[in-house]
Design a protein around this ligand. Structure first.
Ligand SMILES: [Cu+2]
Length: 152
């Protein structure tokens, strides 16, 4: 009897690990956030990068302007630039546009969400919560796993 319960639990855990992440949607404005994840970061007080694809199903352009998270003191919208062969990142205070019917891709080496002043180290397998602010859709809160790479 006990063995059966353990097997059932193991199956449940395995299923949870493989299940696709539910997309967070704001139906009114048509913003959908897919494949969000944060990279592991070992240092409390340090920084961490977050990546995702944001789709805008609405008929008007929207804009990702910033965010907040219990996992960090500050959340900034960043872009990566090539400064004479040196890759640097810098905050984009106005954020990024998501065209009507289009997508904004935040990915390693490109545009990203920056967590600054981590309240705890980000370890692989954890999940963090973040609220992203959109000019038209308003705030959307999602949960994102901590892992090295996006799930293909
Ligand atoms: Cu950054």
């Amino acid at each position: 009897m006990k063995a059966w319960i353990i097997v059932a639990l193991a199956l449940l855990l395995a299923a949870a690990g493989c299940a696709p992440l539910p997309a967070a949607t704001s139906p009114a404005a048509g913003i959908t956030i897919e494949g969000a994840f944060a990279r592991p970061s070992p240092t409390e007080g340090g920084t961490g990068g977050m990546f995702m694809t944001i789709a805008n199903g609405a008929g008007v352009a929207d804009r990702l302007t910033g965010g907040s998270s219990p996992a960090a003191q500050t959340v900034e919208i960043h872009e990566t630039i090539d400064d004479n062969g040196v890759m640097k990142m810098r905050p984009v205070p106005g954020g990024f546009e998501i065209p009507a019917g289009g997508k904004l891709e935040l990915k390693p080496g490109g545009k990203h969400v920056m967590l600054i002043g981590l309240t705890a180290p980000l370890a692989e397998g954890q999940e963090i919560e973040i609220t992203l602010n959109f000019e038209k859709a308003g705030p959307i809160t999602i949960k994102a796993p901590v892992k090295m790479m996006a799930m293909q």
